[in-house]
Design a protein around this ligand. Sequence first.
Ligand code: HEM
Ligand code: HEM
Length: 202
Amino acid sequence: MTTTTHHWPQRTAHIINLLLMLVLAGTGFYIHRPLVGGLMGLARYAHIVAAFVLLVNLAWRIYYAFLGQYKDAREFKPQLQALPRQIRYYLFLSNHEVKEGLYNPLQRLAYLAVVLLIILQGVTGYALGWPEGTMAVLVNALGLAEIRALHYLITWFLLTFLIVHLYLVLTETPHALSEMFLGRQQLLSTGSPEKHVARDRA
Ligand code: HEM
Ligand code: HEM
């Protein structure tokens, strides 16, 4: 059966996410340690605007996953039982990966973790920007320096995800690149729901 694996609403949200991540990491590192002077006002402004759009994009993506025309929430449902088998595959201890639907069990967990990290980044970022606002309780409990360190740490978690994500996309599912960015169609097997895909390690 030929079917579109990544529909345009999901693809658009993914590209917006990617562009905003780059803007946020770039402006964030500038705020953290400005290598050239004079751009702090602009960097802060761009960071806040991009952060707002990122959070709106995330909220819309979650809404769409559950209620959109091509809703795909079930593709992200955790499959903890199958996790050890998938880890064995990634550790080169098995030639069979577990893949039910679009994403394998580790992909699902990683994508859910990214959602959580972006929300945490929003909370800590909001506390940094408006320490006397709604987040005052958090600022008083943790301290502003600690929240700043947490925001910085999560930045590195997100960048680590991005590097591993890129590596795995390029090595495991290079065909998914054009599907995710250009929306090309792919041949899908309609066989058994649990598909074991053998890895060709020739
Ligand atoms: C999700 C919503 C986000 C909000 C509301 C937010 C907000 C903020 C605020 C208010 C600051 C402090 C700016 C200042 O000192 O004037 C900041 C700093 C920073 N942000 Fe964000 N941010 C968000 C997401 C992100 C993301 C996704 C990244 C990276 C991928 C990031 C990376 C950074 C970094 C590296 C700093 C500097 C921290 C430091 O000084 O140690 N932020 N952010
Ligand atoms: C150059 C950068 C990136 C490339 C080339 C890329 C590529 C891809 C590809 C090909 C897929 C589909 C995987 C499959 O079908 O097996 C995918 C899915 C996904 N990527 Fe990325 N990605 C990039 C950046 C990002 C960033 C920055 C994030 C978030 C921090 C992200 C989050 C996700 C998520 C959550 C999915 C699941 C599908 C969905 O959201 O609809 N990606 N990516």
